[in-house]
Design a binder for this molecule. Structure first.
Ligand code: 3UK
Length: 536
């Protein structure tokens, strides 16, 4: 087994200063850091705005270790907020921009964030939250889309991001944090219960840069990164923020919905050399490629990366045939921060997640904790230096998941003779849909709130591209009749109640659900029922 690759990080270490100030000190200030909506923003400009925002937070009274919740579109302001907060020792928490107000209420309360920074188009998601339940929140900072475009009245007492920047000094000495201080948190969802805040330290991202970004992708200052996966995901945060900044490269940020036409346009306009996406988007781009005008061109891309869920071999083959670029599938997690098993350039096995990334170690164990033989499925544990310290306020979950230097990923894998890892499903019932976590329990609980529904069970099923989507089995109340119209109504009902990306793509009406003697639904029996006929 490979031993740890030694990386020396000084005791006193501030990751934000490491990512930016080094380039300024070494004369790279004029180099482009961000390409965004026709603007080119240099490292010197990023450095100044990071400092201004750090100073603004300090002026508002934000202190070391206090949390700053971010509800931000991919933009330069995301970068200034994330790094500005970290530079003063505060703790930024990027959050998924596709959630519902109740979700943000939970995240604000659980994290005890003292400040919330929100992009103006997302303000409706948080404008109505009950302030009396937000005991610790003292500041709401709104990032205006345009000087005049404001449609929604900001909450009383909200501050303007741009006014704060304009009135703050561009000079800022980094807080002398330790390498083991909290740097940022990222929330991750589970089957039941609320999301868990994974607490990452200043040192963590350095390992991901060295092991994966440099080790596997060979990233250099000449690269231009573009990540279809947004910055609020652990995946996107590395791809498009700390990987490029660690080496003085350029990141391309796009704030809109990553539909194929928009992706093709960004790639045509900015010519990324490293392209990061998720299987669902690769499939959508392939479907849209033949009718797109002008035809999409990925020749600038030296490596295309896929993560978030397993990449079906058919998508890998079709992409290589169509664009002449091979996709490197790799598995990462919010807890481990970035990719720890990956295919390498020139050594891809389609359908496999690849080999262990040097710097990490893997174990596959059976239910009794014994190593499984080659080609037998086991539970994947990973040892590596980038793993989060703990889950905030969740001691039991922390102890069940993080075992000293090892962490349980919750994934089942088997290993072949050549060291390639093959994905074999989750050990919980969680689904990865378009790279985002979906809990079957949350969908079931929503479906049974509909007046026509008696019981519901949700499992993953694969669509025509081999990608997993939620499929619901529904028992109706005795006075109800199954119909396609009712199936559509139930899909709409779920979309209106929880984050829309979680809705079931298929609804099957059944007269009863398979149960254990104790009345627990047997999801595994539903998974064995065969695949749905059509996708709608
Ligand atoms: C699943 C995969 C098969 C797997 C992530 C790259 O996805 C990321 O983090 P999350 O916390 O989810 C982690 C879980 O997602 N998964 C991810 N990638 C693959 N399954 N093949 C894959 N290639 O269940 C894993 O435990 O959202 C991905 C970098 C950083 C990340 N945080």
């Amino acid at each position: 087994m490979a031993e740890n690759i030694a990386i020396d990080i000084p005791e006193q270490f501030n990751a934000a200063a490491w990512l930016i100030d080094r380039h300024l000190a070494e004369g790279r200030g004029a180099r482009p850091a961000i390409l965004y909506e026709g603007q080119e923003i240099s490292y010197a400009q990023v450095g100044e705005n990071v400092n201004r925002f750090g100073n603004a937070l300090r002026r508002l009274g934000v202190q070391i270790e206090q949390r700053v919740l971010m509800l931000l579109l991919d933009s330069p302001e995301f970068v200034y907020t994330f790094l500005g907060a970290m530079k003063i020792g505060a703790v930024p928490i990027p959050t998924n921009t596709n959630l519902r107000p109740e979700d943000y209420l939970y995240l604000l309360r659980d994290s005890r964030a003292v400040a919330l920074v929100v992009s103006e188009p997302l303000l409706p998601m948080v404008a109505q939250l009950p302030r009396e339940q937000l005991r610790y929140l003292r500041h709401v900072i709104v990032v205006e889309s345009a000087p005049s475009a404001s449609q929604i009245a900001p909450p009383a007492g909200a501050s303007s991001f741009w006014t704060l920047l304009a009135t703050s000094s561009p000079e800022l000495e980094a807080e002398p944090t330790s390498k083991d201080d909290m740097a940022f948190w990222l929330y991750s969802s589970g089957t039941t219960g609320f999301p868990k805040g994974a607490v990452h330290l200043h040192r963590d991202l350095v390992y991901c840069v060295e092991y994966y970004a440099r080790g596997i992708l060979g990233i250099t200052e000449h690269d231009r990164t573009y990540s279809v996966a947004k910055l609020f995901f652990a995946y996107g945060l590395g791809n498009a923020l700390y990987f490029p900044f660690a080496v003085g490269a350029t990141t391309i940020l796009y704030p809109g919905r990553p539909e194929p036409a928009a992706i093709f346009e960004v790639v045509r306009r900015y010519q990324p050399t490293l392209f990061f996406s998720v299987p669902t988007s690769y499939a959508q781009c392939l479907a849209a490629a033949d009718t797109a005008d002008p035809p999409p061109d990925f020749r600038s891309v030296r490596h295309a990366v896929s993560a978030g869920e397993a990449l079906p071999p058919s998508i890998y083959e079709r992409w290589r045939e169509r664009f002449g670029v091979e996709i490197l599938d790799g598995i990462g997690s919010t807890e481990i921060l970035h990719i720890f098993i990956s295919n390498r350039p020139g050594a891809v096995r389609p359908g496999s997640s690849g080999q262990i990334v040097p710097g990490y170690q893997a174990q596959l164990l059976d239910e009794d904790g014994r190593p499984v033989p080659v080609r037998e499925v086991g539970n994947l544990l990973i040892k590596g230096q980038s793993t989060c310290a703990f889950y905030w306020n969740k001691a039991d979950r922390t102890r069940q998941t993080i075992l000293g230097e090892w962490i349980r990923t919750g994934d089942k894998y088997w290993l072949d003779e050549d060291g390639y890892y093959w994905y074999a499903g989750r050990s919980d019932d969680m689904l990865k849909v378009g790279g985002q976590w979906v809990s079957p329990v949350e969908i079931e609980n929503t479906l049974v709130e509909h007046p026509a529904v008696l019981e519901a069970a949700v499992v993953g099923a694969t669509d025509a591209d081999g990608l997993v989507k939620p499929r619901a089995f529904v028992v109706l109340r005795p006075d109800q009749q199954p119909s396609p119209a009712l199936a559509d109504a139930l899909k709409d009902f779920v979309k209106s109640r929880i984050a829309p990306f979680k809705y079931p793509r298929w609804i099957e009406f059944v007269t009863e659900l398979p149960k254990t003697a104790t009345g627990k639904t047997q999801r595994f029996r539903l998974r064995q029922l065969g695949q749905p006929q059509e996708e709608r």
